[in-house]
Design a protein around this ligand. Structure first.
Ligand SMILES: NC(=O)c1ccc[n+]([C@@H]2O[C@H](COP(=O)([O-])OP(=O)(O)OC[C@H]3O[C@@H](n4cnc5c(N)ncnc54)[C@H](O)[C@@H]3O)[C@@H](O)[C@H]2O)c1
Length: 321
């Protein structure tokens, strides 16, 4: 089967493209390269440079595809507060356009990148798929709107799974080299702490949280484990059904624990600077992943050392190019 991967030039999308190709899937990528990198995609994939907002580009990209994995989005929480209209346009209207072209052309299988940001500040930990959805950012609001749009579309036959990721990390050593996180600006902890220096220390947002070591706890999932779940999702789609499934490790690491893991990998202390808490940051975010285990038969196998170690190896590989 040929799969359309929207956002296939991005961090997670390009990892998906490489793993899908290694598993024998044909892959078409639709990406406007606004935050992704054309060179992250092997030339054996069909690449359409264009936006999910452009019906013609979407229709061209859907040619011969039996399913879509939809990663294309704007996904920086802080930016979404500054530019809510952009986030609504790309994430909501872009997905509406994609869904309408899929319906018109009879493509009825969809796996969607949703996010833990749809839940907002949790009342109960771990977070299940039944937890209340109260996003605290325009980013989370747009992703929740898309989940709701997909539920409505499934009532007319679409087979869909929304995967709600927690914090994705790590890198993939593909047959053609490392595929890594290359966001600009980079807002994620692991790539940033590996680049920290005395002149540019890692900012730790608060050490006075109600956790054992005072730093926030987050749930990290390795990008390769995450893509395994997408492939399982693709293989478990049912017509007329929309499942929403959390993807994390089911356990949390504090910021200090991630810093300690990184210090072991790089062989020296990570320079840090404690700053004030960020508004809207919950103390603890941990996923309940029992539904992913039950419905998809998925269990993540890589730990925080793997995530930090693979990110480190991939950064070194890019630095030496
Ligand atoms: N990285 C994480 O920890 C995380 C967590 C939860 C959810 N997600 C979701 O996963 C998906 C991928 O995230 P990522 O970290 O790889 O981000 P990314 O920015 O690296 O990838 C997004 C890709 O979408 C493309 N894109 C953006 N607007 C587009 C448009 N209008 N038309 C076509 N392509 C467009 C970008 O060029 C980029 O290649 C996003 O939907 C994001 O919301 C990511």
């Amino acid at each position: 089967m040929r799969v359309l991967v929207t956002g296939g030039a991005g961090y997670i999308g390009s990892t998906a493209v490489a793993i899908l190709q290694e598993r024998g899937y044909g892959v078409t990528v639709l990406d406007d390269c606004s935050t992704g990198h054309f060179e992250s995609v092997a030339s054996s994939a069909r690449f359409i440079t264009g936006s999910i907002l452009d019906s013609k580009a979407v229709a061209e990209a859907l040619t011969d595809c039996g399913a879509v994995i939809h990663f294309a989005a704007k996904s920086i929480v802080g930016e979404s507060v500054e530019k809510p209209d952009l986030y609504h346009e790309v994430n909501v209207n872009g997905t509406r356009n994609l869904l309408s072209e899929m319906a018109r052309l009879g493509v009825v299988k969809l796996v969607f990148s949703s996010t833990a940001a749809t839940y907002g500040e949790p009342e109960v930990i771990p977070i299940t798929e039944e937890s209340p959805t109260k996003p605290t950012s325009p980013y989370g609001t747009t992703k929740l709107a898309v989940d709701q749009m997909i539920t409505a579309e499934s009532e007319t036959g679409l087979a869909a799974i929304s995967l709600r990721y927690f914090n994705v990390a790590g890198a993939f050593n593909s047959k053609s080299g490392w595929i890594a996180e290359r966001h600009n600006p980079e807002t994620h902890l692991i790539p940033n702490l590996l680049r920290a220096s005395a002149a540019n220390p890692l900012k730790v947002f608060g050490k006075d949280w109600p956790t054992a070591d005072g730093t926030c706890i987050r749930d990290y999932v390795h990008v390769v484990d995450l893509i395994e779940a997408h492939i399982l999702a693709l293989e478990n789609l049912e017509p007329g059904k929309h499942e929403i499934i959390n993807l994390g490790s089911g356990g949390g690491y504090s910021v200090s624990q991630v810093i300690d893991a990184a210090a072991k990998v790089v062989g020296h202390e990570i320079p840090t600077q404690i700053t004030a808490r960020r508004a809207g940051d919950p103390a603890v975010l941990i996923a309940d992943i029992s539904k992913a285990k039950k419905v998809l038969g998925w269990t993540p196998t890589r730990n925080i050392e793997d995530m930090v170690g693979d990110t480190w190896k991939s950064q070194n590989a890019f630095a030496s190019k």
